[in-house]
Design a protein. Structure first.
Length: 256
């Protein structure tokens, strides 16, 4: 027995969070009846589940890396008719969706899948999968600004985890700088908001790495399937990051 939203996500319809929204808004039927209850458990092998009248079918799990261009929405559809990331994977038969999001005007590495468990693992902060961004900012970073970012910034009434930050270059004449910043959380506009909070508004942003994965071999708008060994490595990293790290304790002698 599995939670209904998990079954929907694993079928490649949407992320688990989006699946919860679909349930709450009456888009899902279970054995012919609309269900809006969260947490209901079903037998995915025998239950008849439909989303907007389309029966659920189990798809082969697939994983892709896309070099997202700027001015593209990290979604499957857009009510404003703007271009969405799945349009770049038109020849893919499975129904994939983006893992997390990159802002409309942010470019870079985006993962897509129809595996709900994998998507949750990549997005949830507790798995601590690092994502590195390169940001062009207005202003010249000071030691104090960098210290604040490395310590964590108060955003939306909570403090972010410490970021790894380094200066790539500065242009004193134009009063701009290029920074590398690594985080493992995924709050909305997090990198932009963190930098703005210390007085470094972002004019251009690009995600260059996701965990160990890079944009190598891709140009803007291109995608590739992840290798099985890459998927396995992501799962291994997430599993290791969950385990508590014990500090080495000094060994006691027989006389202690």
């Amino acid at each position: 027995m599995e939670r209904l939203q998990k079954v929907i996500a694993n079928a490649g319809v949407a992320s688990r969070r989006k699946a919860e929204t679909l349930i709450a808004t009456g888009h899902v039927t279970l054995n012919g009846k609309v269900v809006k209850e969260m947490g209901i458990k079903v037998d995915s092998t025998s239950a008849h589940i439909e989303v907007d009248g389309v029966p659920l079918t189990r798809e082969k799990k697939v994983y892709y890396a896309l070099y997202k261009p700027r001015q593209v929405i990290s979604a499957v559809t857009d009510d404003k008719k703007r271009r969405v990331v799945t349009e770049y994977l038109e020849d893919i038969q499975e129904r994939v969706y983006p893992i997390g999001r990159l802002d409309y005007d942010t470019s870079g590495l985006l993962l897509l899948t129809n595996d709900g468990d994998f998507a949750n693992m990549m997005m949830h902060p507790k798995y601590k999968v690092d994502k590195t961004y390169v940001a062009k900012v207005s202003g010249l970073p000071t030691a104090e600004m960098l210290r604040q970012l490395r310590k964590g910034i108060m955003l939306e009434k909570r403090k972010t985890a410490p970021a790894k930050v380094k200066i790539i270059s500065t242009d004193r004449r134009k009063n701009t700088a290029i920074l590398s910043i690594t985080i493992h959380e995924g709050m909305n506009h997090q990198v932009k908001n963190m930098l703005a909070a210390v007085g470094l508004p972002v004019s251009k942003l690009k995600r260059e790495t996701y965990g160990f994965l890079t944009l190598d071999g891709l140009v803007s708008g291109e995608y590739r399937a992840l290798k099985p060994i890459e998927v396995a490595e992501f799962k291994k990293i997430a599993e290791l990051n969950q385990k508590p790290k014990h500090k080495n304790r000094p060994k006691l002698s027989r006389h202690d």
